[in-house]
Design a protein around this ligand. Sequence first.
Ligand code: COA
Length: 260
Amino acid sequence: MPDFETIRLDRDAAVAILTIDRPEKRNALSSAVRAELIAALDQLRGDDGVRVIVITGAGDKAFVAGADIAEFAQRTPLEQRAAMAGRTVFAEIAAHPKPVIAMINGFCLGGGCELALACDIRIASDAAKLGQPEINLGIIPGGGGTQRLPRVVGTGQAMRLVLSGELIDAAEALRIGLVDVVHPAAELRERTLEFARKMAEKSPVALRMAKSAIRAAAEMPLSAGDAYETELFITCFGSDDRREGVAAFMEKRPASFTGR
Ligand code: COA
């Protein structure tokens, strides 16, 4: 297992917990954090023991307070272009074969909100604050915020957040669909892990297919998406997991999925 300096990788049974570990900088997404997240996601892709991934921030103040503003303070456009070339953590999460949950434990701003938006499910503490405050810095979101945010909350709410830079609390984020579940801060970790553990008992094959099919809904016209879903549905019929899931139902016992 590689040594990470800016993130931690912990295991809770079949759930991997990736913690961005720069609490003194409110877990800002530096180049090092991004590179280490991509390396960890690569590692988890090939780890059959891991079925669900949770991403969170260290400490009780921030999930991620944005891109590391100090890093791009002096950059020229060419330098910024070079910094953004290559793989992005946002695309890696979206395309990852395993479900990725954002456990939003505090400030979730700018690149942090974009990181959460790239995840499959957003579970927030009732103390979280979310927003896209880039406009206050004279820039716009650059990690998919102008693209994923409207797909999640609709054009109007995306305009409201990006053009005003205002922060909203967890209750408002839940109301507009920016987060999917809110828990009291003290219960966030346990209740998120409980949910992740339950998901980890499902068929990894079906989890992968379901994620891919739902992701396709944001990318494809309805008829192509329907056809894609049909193909994935039929593909599931070739898996041991489908045989086991159906047999377990018929035999009135819990299924034990292998991911094959
Ligand atoms: N990039 C780099 N450093 C950041 C950061 C970011 N996005 N967000 C916070 N930090 C640093 C601060 O500079 C400060 O560092 P210092 O102790 O060396 O001075 C440290 O984290 C603590 O921040 P502070 O502002 O004192 O904490 P707070 O709890 O009072 O406020 C925030 C937290 C998140 C509200 C505030 O830090 C903030 O507004 N951050 C920027 C948010 C933003 O604009 N994000 C979009 C970036 S594109």
